[in-house]
Design a protein around this ligand. Structure first.
Ligand SMILES: C[S@@+](CC[C@H](N)C(=O)[O-])C[C@H]1O[C@@H](n2cnc3c(N)ncnc32)[C@H](O)[C@@H]1O
Length: 357
């Protein structure tokens, strides 16, 4: 056991890895992501007495730890601090004939647990996120790079190949009314969840239903689409839409609290004055229009709408952490605080915030 967590790391799918690799005694193996050395150790054991292993990791701490752990294998092991992506740049390494190779991609739990590395959202530490001493800490990159450079980095490294569209003029924000039904459906049929097809069935219906998410999972997209369309036709669904030209590019689901039945299933979200409270439960911004303040515009318009509907308060339920991905669909806490909301109480991983209209 080690105090810094490296050797405590349990190798993932160890027996499956060994049964696939079938290490043999005269084979040469590559572990491109050495980490705590658990897989490497098992490969060396299984390829005894003279199987060999080349181990790489870009993190010098991983190399240091693995060197200790694998010392008993003597010259059967060769370790290098390097990025496996640069393997071909080393003539010596590129020339070897391997019997098998392993890449156990990602981070090791020891890296996440080490506060100073700034990988974890659970610990308050400067955003570093490097796997070793080389390169630029994420906090410096974020402080210096402009939006175009960041977009390019995310496109290159994150698999996002869509275009980011700059809003030439502020979006037109309009309230959802029956005559905007086609615009709404066109948005949810296509662009709304272009990068998140798993949620494309929702049509933002769930908060109208007195059902737990488990039941919702069994519903089809067609069912949700038809029921939401009917609510909109009857004027029983409210919210605000952002338009770029004729196209909807953003949506905020805001409504009188009493019409959002799903909220009744979460006592921590209860309002002391439900008849006069509006609620904001969801934002869906088209991927290429994110990061341009659209959610904030929708929030302001939603508050105006709820005031006009006779509400005195508006409640919202942002998550406590600041995850900037699709799970932040309730909106970010910082945005609400900026818009004059106050924190009422914590509710599990959420915070209940309120603004008096
Ligand atoms: C999930 S851990 C590996 C755990 C390891 N298989 C074990 O048994 O302990 C992933 C490791 O890959 C390393 N890593 C990530 N990207 C790398 C890269 N491009 N080149 C080399 N190492 C990398 C990380 O530093 C981390 O130590």
């Amino acid at each position: 056991m080690s105090v810094d967590g490296w050797s405590e790391h349990e190798p993932v799918l160890l027996s499956e890895t060994i049964s696939l690799l079938k290490p043999r005694s005269n084979g040469l193996y590559l572990d491109g992501t050495l980490g705590g050395g658990g897989h490497a150790e098992a490969i060396l054991e299984a390829s005894a007495p003279d199987g060999r292993l080349i181990g790489l990791d870009r993190d010098p701490r991983a190399i240091e730890r693995s060197r200790m752990r694998l010392a008993r294998f003597g010259d059967r092991v060769e370790l290098h601090e390097r990025n496996f992506a640069t393997l071909a740049e080393s003539a010596e390494l590129a020339a070897v004939r391997l019997a098998g190779a392993l890449l156990d991609l990602g981070l090791s739990s020891a890296q996440i647990d080490e506060k100073a590395r700034g990988f974890s959202y659970q610990q308050d530490a400067p955003l570093d996120m490097r796997m070793g001493p080389r390169g630029e800490p994420a906090r410096d990159l974020l402080a210096r790079a402009d939006i175009d450079e960041l977009t390019e980095i995310i496109r290159r490294t994150g698999g996002w190949d869509g275009e980011r569209v700059s809003l030439a003029s502020p979006p037109d924000v309009r309230r959802l009314t029956p005559d905007r039904l086609d615009d709404y459906l066109r948005y949810f049929d296509g662009p709304a969840f272009a990068d998140n097809p798993v949620w494309s069935r929702c049509y933002c219906l769930s908060y109208h239903l007195n059902a737990m998410p488990g039941d919702f999972d069994e519903r089809t997209a067609a069912q949700n689409r038809a029921e939401k369309a009917e609510l909109i036709r009857r004027g029983d669904a409210t919210g605000v839409l952002a338009y770029a030209g004729a196209d909807v590019v953003g949506w905020c689901h805001a409504a009188p609290r009493t019409t959002l039945k799903l909220l009744d299933g979460t006592p921590a979200f209860a309002s002391d004055d439900p008849e006069r409270t509006g609620a904001i439960v969801c934002y869906v911004i088209a991927p290429q229009y994110r990061g341009q303040g659209l959610a904030r515009r929708l929030l302001d318009a939603a508050c105006d709408m709820l005031r006009d509907l006779g509400m005195q308060y508006v409640d919202a339920y942002p998550p406590k952490d600041a995850a900037g991905d699709a799970r932040s669909y309730h909106g970010r806490l910082a945005m609400y605080l900026e818009a004059g909301f106050e924190q009422l109480r914590e509710a599990g991983r959420y915070v209940v915030v309120r603004k008096t209209l």
